[in-house]
Design a protein around this ligand. Structure first.
Ligand SMILES: Cc1cc2nc3c(=O)[nH]c(=O)nc-3n(C[C@H](O)[C@H](O)[C@H](O)COP(=O)(O)O)c2cc1C
Length: 313
């Protein structure tokens, strides 16, 4: 089976990807958190660094573009092609207020006429440039029934893969995914389809496969993979008896990698704290230790809790 790593802005940047690939590996595609082309600059120097081949060695990376302007999308796609990418992804799912207010991400979904024109333009450019364009979408903005029209629109373009996160914008990332709409997608979407949403354990994956009566392959993992870094290994049936050692190695590596490129301590610790907010439940960190991690301002304070109390060293 194929496993894709979901883009999580602020978390799955190049340092995460590099560390994950080094310690775990075994996933088939990494989707980079979105870049937003502006009129002045399609791909910023910061985006270039994030997506550069040196920083993404040995992995299959798909850059993601968030915009509602075809000229910006096409300029970014061309620049990305020049750095070696032959696949890009369109973000039609971001629920953030500021993004949606500008008609981007999930905010583009209700504008079906403009969306159709946009897709027409980017897919023509994609074909002439030889770049595949996949889409990551929600079911709709206001109402999941919007998906019926969206499905027809997506079916009229050469979408290389459609990743469906079966929620509407107002669901943000909460509640149960609206699985019945993914069942509709399985029946009606013509291009390769990828499920994404709330897979935290092997059982979640199995339940979904049972429900849909088919193996979800490929499947995209987001928060579940951050929470349990061995989840992809488990789903692929690998031996995970060394999961605790791998977790330690992952922790130490990413902590030191962030230190190489960030300062002062608090900036690195901000990154680590965000990871611990996912790890705490899975690794059964007690609430007092978690609070101490979240309060740490200096490496020494952080290391005292993590190494002495959590890892018991
Ligand atoms: C902190 C955070 C950042 C995210 N950033 C992005 C992003 O840059 N692009 C995108 O398409 N989705 C983004 N997402 C959505 C995830 O890719 C994924 O669709 C969502 O978390 C649901 O999948 P999951 O339940 O497996 O996590 C983000 C989600 C979170 C929680």
């Amino acid at each position: 089976m194929k496993i894709y790593v979901a883009p999580l802005e602020g978390i799955t940047g190049y340092i995460f990807r590099k560390t994950f690939n080094e310690v775990y590996g075994g996933v088939d595609k990494y989707f980079a958190p979105f870049i937003t082309p502006s009129e002045k600059c399609a791909v910023t120097p910061r985006d270039k660094k994030e997506l550069s081949p040196e920083n993404n060695k040995g992995i299959y990376l798909v850059p993601q573009i968030l915009t509602c302007r075809s000229d910006g999308f096409i300029s970014a796609m061309k620049e990305l092609k020049d750095t070696g990418f032959n696949e890009v992804n369109l973000n039609l799912g971001c629920p953030s207020g500021t993004v949606c207010a500008k008609g981007k991400g999930a905010g583009f979904l209700p504008e079906t006429t403009a969306l159709t024109k946009f897709l027409d333009e980017i897919y023509s450019a994609g074909e002439s440039e030889g770049v595949k364009i996949s889409i990551k979408t929600r079911l709709g903005y206001f109402d999941p029934d919007e998906f019926y029209d969206l499905a027809e629109i997506f079916n009229s373009f050469p979408v290389s893969e459609l990743i469906v996160h079966p929620r509407i914008r107002g669901d943000f990332y909460k509640g149960e995914p609206r699985k019945e709409y993914f069942a509709y997608a399985l029946e009606h979407i013509k291009c390769p389809l990828v499920y994404n949403g709330n897979i935290y354990a092997e059982q979640d994956y199995k339940d979904l496969c049972d429900l849909f009566g088919t193996d979800l392959d490929p499947v995209m993992l987001g928060r579940g993979l951050i929470t349990d870094l061995s989840l992809a290994d488990r789903l692929k049936g690998k031996d995970t008896s060394d999961a605790a050692a791998k977790f330690r190695r992952f922790h130490d590596t990413i902590y030191h990698e962030y230190q190489k490129v960030m300062s002062p301590d608090i900036n690195v610790l901000y990154k680590m704290k965000e990871l611990w907010s996912y790890w705490a439940a899975f690794y059964e960190v007690n609430s007092r230790d978690l609070k101490s991690i979240q309060k740490a301002k200096k490496y020494a304070e952080y290391e005292d809790v993590v190494y002495r109390k959590v890892f018991g060293l």
